[in-house]
Design a protein around this ligand. Sequence first.
Ligand code: ATP
Ligand code: MG
Length: 424
Amino acid sequence: MARKIQAIRGMNDILPDQSSVWLYLEKTVADVVKSYGYQQIRFPIVENTDLFKRGVGETTDIVEKEMYTFNDRNGESLTLRPEGTASCVRAADQAGLLFNQTQRLWYTGPMFRYERPQKGRYRQFHQIGVESFGMSSADIDAELIILSARLWQKLGLLEHVELQLNTIGLASERETYKAALVDYLTQFKDQLDEDSQRRLGTNPLRILDSKDESTQAVLKDAPNLEDFIGEESQADFDFLQAILKANGIPFVINRRLVRGLDYYGKTVFEWVTTHLGSQATVCAGGRYDGLVEQLGGKSTPAVGFAMGIERLVLLLETLSLIPVEAKFSTDVFVISMGDDAGLASFVLAERLREENAHLVVLRHCGGGNFKNQMKKADRSEARFTIILGQDEVDQGVCQIKDMSTGEQETRPIDDVAAYINTKL
Ligand code: ATP
Ligand code: MG
């Protein structure tokens, strides 16, 4: 036998018993974002490597060690997108959708990061991203957060996630803070973990995120970012909080929240859960007013967030929050004996689908004897089985078996669709 080829480590197949949960989640998201006036945008999975280097930032974890980068046949460096924001900006700007206008956009699809695979962390994973452009006031930050809260509410997740908020100020404020932080931390360099020592020279803000105990101990007396936040950033942050309060959305302020991507400024936020171990963040985002310009466009304010579909699916499963309607099930199984009945069953199955688009109608293919076909009907767990033989065709009727009660009755073929509609 030929050797079987396996999937790439950290890249999962979504099998039929899981895909219905994905469809349910994607449909719920699509409905919610639409109700806020967001339109979908689609862009390629592969982009020029420079887009992510410039967009996400050279010293971020993503660019430093997580990208799938390769040369194409022309020797051009391409990268499988590790996130969607940079591509979304590239696409929207390229199409002239950004300058002097507002946009509310969303996207969904696979992202690729070379990380150590574990529960809730994969090398191909999927995000749904929501981005807004052209609005500088913090009310759009609030809208995005409220939109995400509505989504959690629809999914039954609201009480299982916590909103963490912070403001990381303007770029100039962060620069002053970074200098103060580096000055302070340099005195204790030996006590920092290896990653943090390296970040001292590259991305010092990320040190605040370190899980290392010794680093955390040093950080206790470090300068606080909030002391460096200017009036404008603070006013925006206060405004955002006031809107959230008015809408009854609880939040906690996490002064250590800085986010791992370079492009954020002012508002940053995460929705975290205690149900997924260390992969706790299901949704993360913030304001990134500098990114469009950094990527060569005209300065455009922007805010957005992305959520991880795998983590949300895990959360829904862990909490048993998948509604029965979301699960795939067969409503009607159609079997037939003989050539005439075979043809008639096709026509009948089409009619059922035509008259009730929600029905799942499975017509048995490939013939076989009555007993075998009935076994398949049983296994399908359909609510009804429709049986057609030559006698039924001659009389213009069919047998309908209610699989939950075992009761079987004869009905005119013309009435079947209407009858099933009253039952399902
Ligand atoms: P983390 O801190 O967990 O590494 P991140 O800050 O790298 O997350 P973002 O780039 O902000 O994550 O992506 C937004 C969301 O996408 C995350 O909150 C998470 O839900 C999801 N996500 C990120 N990386 C992965 C991954 N490797 N596998 C599965 N989901 C992921
Ligand atoms: Mg990460």
